[in-house]
Design a protein around this ligand. Structure first.
Ligand SMILES: [Zn+2]
Ligand SMILES: [Zn+2]
Length: 256
């Protein structure tokens, strides 16, 4: 399994793209920086897009992807029913942009919406996909994705503290999670459901206690303005836990 980090941040600039991951060039998770990171031919290889929650930084490129897939759809978009509802009502609503579930033709649209139930595994393009609820300020799920040859990742998406219920269930070889701010801004993110390096450390301690191991960890969703501070504090956590923790970067690839 190859995992590519297309976007690793929560703010966009020339140097940072919004969160988006790509598995084996086929399955995308979150669509913050999806189209802006890939050529049209690379976009045409994508067969499915999994969305963690409805915040704009995770769904934005569904609009541009829908337009790019105008002739090559339908591409399946998986998310909680409520998340698909928000996207239909507020983004692909025929006001802001076309309803790509019906266009260009109702029988051959760009996008097909596929609702997921939390905690219920489904097979997508031959991969086992398990959506698990996480703690954010809107309904949100993380995804464990397992390839046909049993390589497995878990991506939490945006989450605050309290991932232990996920750790009970998943057994990934690579864990992708988030740190949005350094410790001094922890008070800002506690209400909105994000992690600081200090909160990350607690989650990873829980993982190790529950599972008896800790896989390599990749961090995304950093605020680029204060990434240097996040990097130093995450390095400290890695040292204290004797863990391998990497800050994600646009274009970074991991092979399992
Ligand atoms: Zn969010
Ligand atoms: Zn976000």
């Amino acid at each position: 399994m190859e995992l590519e980090i297309l976007g690793a941040h929560n703010c966009e600039s020339l140097d940072s793209k919004l969160v988006s991951l790509l598995i084996d060039q086929t399955i995308a998770i979150d669509a913050g920086g999806l189209t802006s990171s890939l050529s049209l031919s690379a976009q045409q290889r994508i067969k499915a897009i999994l969305i963690t929650h409805h915040h704009f930084d995770h769904i934005r490129d569904l609009a541009t992807f829908g337009m790019n897939a105008y002739m090559s759809g339908p591409i399946n978009v998986y998310a909680l029913d409520s998340v698909l509802g928000v996207i239909s009502t507020h983004l692909l609503n025929e006001v802001l942009y076309p309803d790509f579930r019906q266009k260009p033709l109702p029988e051959k649209p760009s996008l097909k919406f596929c609702p997921l139930e939390p905690n219920k595994e489904v097979i997508i393009e031959g991969y086992r996909v398990l959506p698990l609820p996480v703690h954010h300020n809107v309904p949100a799920i993380g995804y464990q994705v397992t390839s046909p040859d049993e390589k497995s990742i878990f991506y939490t998406g945006d989450t605050g503290s309290g991932c232990a219920s996920c750790w009970e269930v998943v057994s990934p070889q690579l864990l992708i999670t988030e740190v949005t701010v350094p410790n001094r801004f922890e008070f800002v993110v506690q209400a909105s459901g994000h992690l600081s390096p200090r909160l990350l450390k607690q989650e990873l301690l829980d993982f190790k206690r529950i599972k008896g191991y800790l896989p390599p960890v990749v961090i995304v969703h950093m605020s680029p303005h204060i990434e240097g501070e996040i990097r130093e504090e995450v390095a400290q956590v890695a040292e204290e836990l004797e863990a391998k923790i990497t800050l994600g970067r646009e274009g970074m690839k991991f092979v399992l």
